[in-house]
Design a protein around this ligand. Sequence first.
Ligand SMILES: [Zn+2]
Length: 476
Amino acid sequence: MDPRETHHDSHGDCDHERESIIKEDRKDYFCVDVPELTDEENKANEKFLKIRDELLSDGKLPFLDEYYDSLPVISQSKLYEKLQKMPKGGHLHLHLTASCKIDFLMELSKEDCVYYNEKENKFKIFVDLEPEEGYIKSSEMRENWNKEGTFDEFIRSKILLNEKDLSSKHSSTIWSNFQWKFDLTFDLYNYEKFMEKIILQVMLDSINEKVFVLEFRHIFGCVFNDKHVVVSLQDEIAMFERCLEKAREVEPSFSCRLISCGLKIVGDGHINTQLECCLQGMKETNIIAGYDLVCEEDITPPLTKYKKLIQAAQENSETPLNIYLHAGETCCRDNENLYDAIQMGTKRIGHGFAILNHPHLIDIAREKQICLEVCPVSNLILGYTFDLRWHPAKSLMHRGVPITISADDPGFWNTYGVSLDYCYASLAWDLNLRELKQLAINGIKHAALTDCEKEKQREKFDEEWSKWIEHMNTED
Ligand SMILES: [Zn+2]
């Protein structure tokens, strides 16, 4: 019925009808776990919205500015400070080899075993082996640098997606400026002694920003030792477990899972090896949650190509092999990966914003509670959206599709953790504390944890949330 065609005897009817339209429109409203805010929370919410709106005063919309113009404004704001301290449940989509703070990586690059090749634009580690031709100790390069700026400035702008890298509005062009940076920093991340430091640092940073469930996307079989020999799967898993133990000394409730990733760009052999590592690892530890396929979606083969491979692995696996697939990170109308990801039984969807083009899939995601791991800053940086206000996440949230907030590859855009993503989301999507609380709770509900672990995480979250509300109401 078109409400404009109805006639009313009184304002009472009209109000009643308006209310029922709003009620119907919001029936799938995503705050199912936060039916209402307490008085204390409402007080904190008022203060929060005031702090948020300070960034929007005089008609400013910082999330519309160039990323590197808005980054200092947002990351040094009171909003960032408050959201950094807000408990955020789980951070479920973070690629390990893109997770490290740039300053931490720069410090590692100063160590004696680090070499750089200007022609190849690549770091390499040589400990027991002689350096390859063209590679010069980075400490020497730092000392003898005679080009513009310092060597460190040069390196930083190579590692980070810089303004020039981001100047295109075409996601594929930005990706081509992005993908090779994983090669540039490959040795810095994958040298076992460095990787262990990085993992621990990222875990501690997570604890510091009140993320107590962290899930890494990780590629097994790349970590190498002093002899540049790839370490065993057991050694690799042990490295994560040591870090987790250390992190738990700081925060006993901290938990971490790994999702093993196959790079579609490398090919079938690699995809298969990753699957084998994942299955083998799952027999030895419960730190591995499942499997994923990654790389730029628009230029790599569709998921259908790998369907049989994954199904066979699932059938042969003693323990259930869960999948957490990247899909729907695209603006191409003919991309069909979301159909396959859902049909294959993905537990969550990495990005998934293209689901907006698929009404039936939205229904399925809502019914089966398939959570979308939304990465607002990543989508902005990689050119999938230019105005975050119209990012599909906001509309999907209110259609009952579960959403969580993640950072994807923050180490390549001069940030770390997920607090910045919460800032952009709260600014662009006009989120209040009720909505932010639900997003955080979703990070626990949809984490790769057992029901018992989720229950404990939820208790911890509620405790931390109350503390944060009190902080909001008492501190400036
Ligand atoms: Zn990703």
